[in-house]
Design a protein around this ligand. Structure first.
Ligand code: PLP
Ligand code: TYF
Length: 399
């Protein structure tokens, strides 16, 4: 019987969606999950993806329903690795790359592998982090601890306390999860000189860095800028990285991701690969074909690649534009408080600093839905609703 089970509430994203769907208001707005929407508020199929799909469909591929090998589609794995790590001159430290079920699958496979290989006393997540990280790491049997990240007072990065906590409390062999760029949920990333200090600490305290890269291209509009931290760490130490193409290719439902491990020498390479493939076999046997094929085709060809970059920049610029418009509306309304962080935060999210009561009041009074934490998903904004959302914030703040 299952009567002994405790009740687990629905994931906050899905709970919010259900509440929103049940709201009969005609002016309602949801700014919950990190999903890109175009200026009309509908999902945007990247034009480059759309064209590649036609090309793939037209080709006569007799193997299109065959299983892929366990590590996935090799051209995809190779290109995904290059997108994240760049073209490497020195390959004395090899990288093992495996295709996964989106970024989530990469995080989970990475967590399981690190749990069994390093046996960390804990994994350290940023406070706050992506809601699913704790779920993933505890499912892998690793104790979850948090390092300070968000300075609520100054709406900025609390680097000194982050370093101090990791220095004093983390044990050698512990894993530190770092968001490669466009931190979810705060929209606040370390600067390069700050990344260097984090790297130095990982080396000194023998902490294993595990990067989660779900938004490459969304922070700055430039892929290399957004993977700078990963490549910097990669020049200094072993690391793991989970990579997602859900956002930057708009392939959410196709579940395309990759897991990478950079290891000390070719001696480790075969062993790590063996373990990853064994875990992958037990978990999913083989990853799916279609999304990986789309990504590989785009990354493989210089012209397609540049078209795709244009799409990424288009998304990134529209989000910046919406930040500016929201900020301008709040300033025009004279909304109490300083709203400069809406402009300076990067990527898909703004951590507004609105309290739980204010979030609740926006929902009740104005039918505007954001996460309880005060996180707002920027791409849900458009020219038709940004003024209304600003008014909703204004009303909640003055409550
Ligand atoms: N990691 C972070 C930080 C995310 O925000 C997301 C968002 O969905 C993911 C991983 C998961 O990506 P995917 O949808 O590819 O599983
Ligand atoms: O944080 C977000 O909004 C993204 C999207 O179960 C997301 O990670 C939300 C919920 C979820 C999976 C992805």
């Amino acid at each position: 019987s299952f009567s002994h089970l405790d009740e687990i509430p629905l994931d906050p994203h899905y709970a919010l969606k259900e509440e929103f769907a049940a709201d009969p208001s005609s002016t309602k707005v949801i700014l919950g999950s990190g999903i890109y929407r175009d200026g009309e508020g509908v999902p945007w199929i990247l034009p480059t993806v759309q064209k590649i799909e036609k090309q793939i469909a037209a080709a006569d591929e007799s193997d299109r329903y065959d299983y892929l090998p366990i590590p996935g589609y090799a051209p995809f794995c190779n290109k995904a690795q290059i997108i994240l790590f760049g073209y490497r001159k020195d390959e004395s430290m090899p990288i093992i790359s495996v295709q996964t079920i989106g970024g989530t699958g990469a995080n989970f496979l990475g967590a399981r592998f690190l749990a069994e290989s390093l046996k960390p006393s804990a994994v350290w997540l940023s406070d706050p982090s992506w809601v699913n990280h704790e779920n993933i790491w505890s499912s892998a049997g690793v104790k979850v601890k948090y390092y300070p990240y968000w300075d609520k007072e100054n709406k900025s990065l609390d680097l000194e306390n982050m370093l101090k906590t990791l220095d004093q409390e983390a044990k050698p062999g512990d894993v530190v999860v770092l968001h490669a760029c466009a931190h979810n949920p705060t929209g606040v990333d370390p600067k390069r000189r700050q990344w260097k200090r984090i790297a130095e600490l990982c080396l000194k305290r023998e902490l294993f860095p595990f990067f989660d890269c779900a938004y490459q291209g969304f922070a700055s509009g430039n892929l290399d800028n957004d993977s700078w931290a990963v490549t910097y760490f990669a020049s200094k130490m072993e690391l793991g990285a989970a990579q997602s193409f859900s956002k930057n290719m708009g392939l959410y439902g196709e579940r395309v991701g990759a897991l990478h491990f950079l290891v000390k020498s070719p001696k480790e390479e075969a062993k790590v690969k063996g373990h990853l493939l064994h875990l992958q076999r037990g978990q999913i046997s083989q990853p799916p074909r279609r999304g990986a094929k789309i990504v590989a085709e785009i990354l493989h060809d210089r012209a397609w690649f540049h078209w795709w970059l244009r799409d990424v920049r288009k998304m990134s610029f529209r989000m910046k534009d919406m930040r500016e418009k929201l900020h301008k509306e709040l300033v025009a309304l004279g909304t109490p408080g300083d709203w400069g962080h809406i402009l300076t935060q990067i990527g898909m999210f703004s951590y507004t600093g609105l309290s739980e009561e204010q979030v609740e009041s926006m929902k009740k009074e104005s039918h505007v839905y954001i996460l309880k934490s005060g996180r707002m998903s920027i791409p849900g904004l458009n020219n038709s609703n940004v003024k209304y959302v600003a008014q909703a914030i204004d009303k909640a703040v003055r409550m």
